[in-house]
Write a protein that binds this ligand. Structure first.
Ligand code: E4P
Length: 215
C-alpha cells in the first residue's frame, strides 16, 4: 500500500518527502483554506515537491464548471489529479475527463454503489472516507474491505485511496484490507514510526555503547 499525505501545507509535505516514504499528496477545499493563501499559488510548489500524484479538488457543482476547473488544474503540472465529488454532475465530468486523459479521484465516497459508479465513469482513483463513516456509527474498514473485494471480483482498474484516516489502526487495517493507497494527515504519518519499546531499546543500546567506550 502506498502512502499519500493528506494536506495542503508545504512544510508538512517537504518534511514527509525528506523522510522518503511519501508517494503522493491529496488536498481538499478545507485543507486548502487552512493555508490562507491562493491555492493556485501553492499547488505548483506542491507538485514540484512530490514525485507522484497530487489531488486538487474542484468546487463547481455543475459538470461544465467541474470540467473547466479540472482542465485548469490539470494544466498546472503533469502530476495533478482532479478530485471530483460523487454526484451525477461529478460522474458526467469524470467520464468526459477520462476521455481527455485527465486523471480523477472521486471523493466523499461512503457506499459500495458510489464507488461502483465512479469506477464505471472511468475514475482513476476512488476515495472512501473511513473516519467520517466511523463518526456516524458505520465501519470505514468494512466499506474498504467491500470495495477491495468488488474491484477485484469485477477487475475494475480504479485504485482505492483509503481516506479520512484518523489513527494508526486505520492505517494497519487499510493495508491488510488491500487498499492501493492510504492518504494520511501529517500527525498520523509522524506517529507511525513510534513504539515505546523502540524508544526504550534505542536508549538502552546507546547507554550500553557509551558505557563501553568510557571503560
Ligand atoms: C481525502 O482525500 C480527504 O482529503 C480527507 O482524507 C478527509 O479527511 P477528514 O475526514 O479527516 O477531513
Amino acid at each position: 500500500m502506498k502512502l499519500f499525505l493528506d494536506t495542503a501545507n508545504v512544510e508538512e509535505i517537504r518534511e514527509a518527502v525528506q523522510w522518503g516514504v511519501i508517494d503522493g499528496v491529496t488536498t481538499n477545499p478545507t485543507l486548502a483554506a487552512r493555508e490562507k493563501k491562493d491555492f493556485l499559488e501553492i499547488l505548483p510548489e506542491i507538485c514540484r515537491l512530490v514525485d507522484g500524484p497530487v489531488s486538487a479538488e474542484v468546487i463547481s457543482e455543475d459538470w461544465q464548471g467541474m470540467v473547466e476547473e479540472a482542465r485548469q488544474l490539470a494544466a498546472v503540472a503533469d502530476n495533478v489529479v482532479v478530485k471530483i465529488p460523487v454526484t451525477w454532475a461529478g460522474m458526467q465530468a469524470v467520464k468526459l475527463l477520462a476521455g481527455e486523459g485527465i486523471e480523477t479521484n472521486v471523493t466523499l465516497v461512503f457506499t459500495v454503489n458510489q464507488a461502483l459508479l465512479a469506477a464505471r465513469a472511468g475514475a482513476t482513483y476512488v476515495s472512501p472516507f473511513l473516519g467520517r463513516l466511523d463518526d456516524i456509527g458505520g465501519s470505514g474498514i468494512a466499506l474498504l474491505e467491500d470495495l477491495v473485494a468488488l474491484f477485484k471480483q469485477h477487475q475494475l482498474p480504479t485504485r482505492i485511496i483509503a481516506a479520512s484516516i484518523r489513527h494508526q489502526e486505520h492505517v494497519t487495517r487499510a493495508a491488510l484490507a488491500g487498499a492501493s493507497i492510504a492518504t494520511l494527515p501529517h500527525r498520523v504519518l509522524k506517529q507511525m514510526v513510534k513504539h515505546p519499546l523502540t524508544e526504550r531499546g534505542l536508549e538502552q543500546f546507546l547507554a550500553d555503547w557509551r558505557q563501553l567506550s568510557e571503560q
